[in-house]
Design a protein around this ligand. Structure first.
Ligand SMILES: [Zn+2]
Length: 387
């Protein structure tokens, strides 16, 4: 099956052209063959195909790569959000209320919820999503969460070290024994990544190191939640261990920024978190100007960021984190791919997976310029079209 998307007014390839990180082309066509992109070139030179899609001058971008989400959980925390908006402070311990609801939910309940989130993400242009465990915090439930996530994505992260569960209060080291032992044994077969919340109120730097090193020894690749609520040593640990990404990075020292710029570790910004917790936004301008590779992700979770909309996060990153529109869209596509160490997604070029989004607008700028407006016309994932 050959699909030709032609008369594309503005194509974001992410194949960099000089100063243009988005590699923007005009009046072009893209040929999709099976699940891959086969050809990109001037619309006038387009080859024949079985199906022709007329983009009518509108914009096409790569599918969003949402490299940070927590989609398998029970319940919600709308009341907590409402209280927070009335002045209560966000604390990491709120995770425990979702843990209780998640443990009580059946596999089918969690699966139905998960599929609902994936549908709403796809409708908003997200074609790849990373999913973390971390709302089970016991061996049986964490195993269920990574197993359910693995049904829908290859990008599964074991986050047993999300927070210390109530039954291990004041016994964090014992809980880390469980995470790095029996829980890791149960979860590693379903996961690609190991993650830890390295933060005051969650796990210390030595505990985080134990978790990550145990995961690495089992063949998992590291990524780290750090510096969300205050500065710490999580970034340095992530860089030292060769983590694919450090996520949040709301409070970074100059040494953190220097270390990141010299590393292959991506800094994943989560604008929905600062938006939903009223924390100060990290300064993406400072990071990009220093040479740090940046990704944007939703961090969809019931506590600190219950949006699944990459366009919303792009709009916030542009308005409040001082990113250009081009930088924000690049971060939400190619940046996410880098954060997942994937070289087959995040760009539009021959040989890449055919993950494409046709917008309703003539330019990608509208994603930030028209916040909250549904601008996704058509999505192809692996060459398969969704409405
Ligand atoms: Zn997270």
């Amino acid at each position: 099956m050959r699909i030709l998307i032609t008369n594309i007014g503005e194509l974001t390839t992410n194949v960099a052209e000089g100063d243009d990180v988005c590699g923007t082309l005009h009046d072009v066509a893209v040929l999709v063959e099976g699940e891959r992109v086969a050809w990109v070139g001037p619309a006038a030179d387009a080859p024949d195909a079985d199906e022709i899609v007329d983009a009518a001058g509108r914009a096409v971008i790569p599918g969003f790569v949402d490299s940070h989400s927590h989609l398998v959980f029970g319940g919600d925390r709308a009341a907590e959000f409402e209280a927070r908006m009335q002045g209560q402070k966000y604390a990491a311990g709120g995770i425990r209320s979702t843990v209780a609801a998640t443990r009580a939910a059946t596999d089918d309940e969690l699966r139905a919820r998960l599929r609902g989130f994936l549908d709403e993400m796809l409708a908003q242009g997200t074609t790849t999503v990373e999913i973390k465990s971390g709302y089970g915090l016991d061996v049986a439930t964490e195993e269920r969460l990574v197993r359910l996530a693995a049904e829908v994505t290859p990008e599964v992260t074991f986050l047993g070290a999300h927070v210390v569960p109530a039954e291990y209060a004041d016994r964090g080291d014992e809980y880390v024994d469980l995470v790095t032992g029996e829980m890791l044994d149960a979860c590693a077969p379903h996961a690609k990544w190991i993650d830890v919340f390295c933060e005051t109120g969650a796990f210390t730097v030595p505990q985080s190191r134990r978790v990550l090193e145990a995961g690495i020894a089992r063949g998992l690749q590291p990524r780290v939640h750090a510096s969300q609520l205050g500065p710490g040593e999580g970034v340095q640990l992530a860089v030292e261990l060769g983590a694919a990404s450090i996520d949040h990075g709301t409070y970074l020292t100059d040494d953190d920024v220097t270390a990141l710029a010299a590393s292959d570790t991506v800094l994943t910004l989560l604008p929905g978190v600062e938006f939903s917790t009223r924390q100060p936004y990290p300064d993406a301008r400072r990071l990009i100007d220093a040479g740090v590779t940046v990704a944007i992700a939703c961090d969809t979770n019931p506590g600190s960021s219950f949006t699944s909309s990459m366009p919303f996060c792009i709009a916030v990153a542009v308005r409040d984190m001082r990113m250009t529109v081009a930088e924000a869209i690049h971060a939400a596509t190619a940046g996410g791919a880098a954060a997942l160490r994937r070289d087959d997604i995040g760009r539009i070029a021959p040989g890449m997976r055919a993950d494409l989004v046709l917008l309703k607008s003539p330019s990608r700028v509208h994603l930030a310029y028209r916040p909250g407006v549904p601008l996704v016309e058509t999505v192809w994932k692996d060459g398969v079209r969704f409405a």
